[in-house]
Write a protein that binds this ligand. Structure first.
Ligand code: HEM
Length: 238
């Protein structure tokens, strides 16, 4: 009974992953947070705030637009990054190889949101829209003195390297080293979650939930790696 339920689920997931519109649908899904955030920005800028639609229905950007923008883009970046990390466990558990084809795209989307997040911090918080206004000293101080910013920077730097080397050209050039390099995605996610935990002043339930998911994906990954080592006979191991 349980086995047939599992087999049915595997079949369903395989059918979804091989559906011709699977990739476009995942693309749209990843783009939705960006569209929603843009609508909020446009609504806040163009629709007078006394119209109830802005603050209640669309949400607007609230009383502190910069904070809202930072929070939403940060959560989108981390959320999409974790969604990317969920792909391999789903593939392994439900034997759905077709899902792998969206992994690179989802990873690049995660970097896109992180890029927007850091862009908002630099452009709006540190006024780096021009060299003359940019608070370079304040940025250096932030990185050195606020440990959550330092963690965010580690996460962002890794994500940038992974996004740059995600192309087929880099896969060919780096050969086996590519896989090793791209395992750093877990370091990016761990530092992203720590960044989130350190920002919170009291309630850390939300970042802890992200930490729980991340731990689950890591445990599954390690479990399958151990299984693989057991299956491959010792004599053909390098
Ligand atoms: C140079 C890199 C980064 C900088 C300077 C930075 C800066 C910030 C700042 C200033 C905040 C708002 C803090 C506050 O409310 O007081 C924030 C929030 C946040 N950032 Fe970053 N960040 C960086 C990288 C990242 C990356 C790579 C991720 C995702 C992987 C991320 C995810 C988040 C999250 C989830 C939040 C909190 C959202 C919330 O409270 O709802 N950040 N970041």
């Amino acid at each position: 009974m349980l086995k047939t339920g599992y087999e049915q689920l595997c079949k369903l997931l395989n059918a979804i992953a091989t559906w011709r519109y699977f990739k476009p649908v995942v693309f749209v899904g990843c783009a939705v947070p960006a569209v929603l955030l843009s609508i909020k920005v446009i609504a806040s800028a163009w629709i007078p705030s006394w119209i109830p639609l802005v603050d209640s229905t669309i949400g607007g950007l609230g009383v502190d637009p910069l904070k809202t923008l930072l929070h939403e883009s940060g959560e989108d970046g981390l959320g999409v990054l974790l969604a990317c990390l969920a792909i391999t466990p789903i593939r392994r558990i439900f034997k759905v190889n077709g899902i792998q084809k969206v992994r690179r795209m989802v990873g690049v989307f995660a970097f896109f949101y992180a890029f927007v997040h850091v862009g908002i911090y630099l452009g709006l918080d540190q006024l780096c829209y021009s060299v003359a206004t940019c608070e370079f000293r304040s940025i250096v101080n932030d990185v050195l003195k606020r440990k959550f910013i330092f963690m965010g920077m580690i996460s962002f730097t890794i994500m940038a390297v992974l996004a740059i080397t995600s192309t087929s050209g880099w896969v060919r050039r780096l050969k086996k080293k590519w896989q090793t390099l791209h395992r750093l995605v877990y370091v990016a996610a761990i530092s992203g979650v720590i960044h989130f935990i350190w920002i919170q002043k009291s309630d850390i339930s939300e970042p802890l939930m992200w930490a729980g998911w991340l731990t689950l994906f890591l445990v599954i990954r390690v479990y399958f790696a151990i299984q693989k080592r057991r299956v491959v006979p010792a004599r053909i191991r390098p």
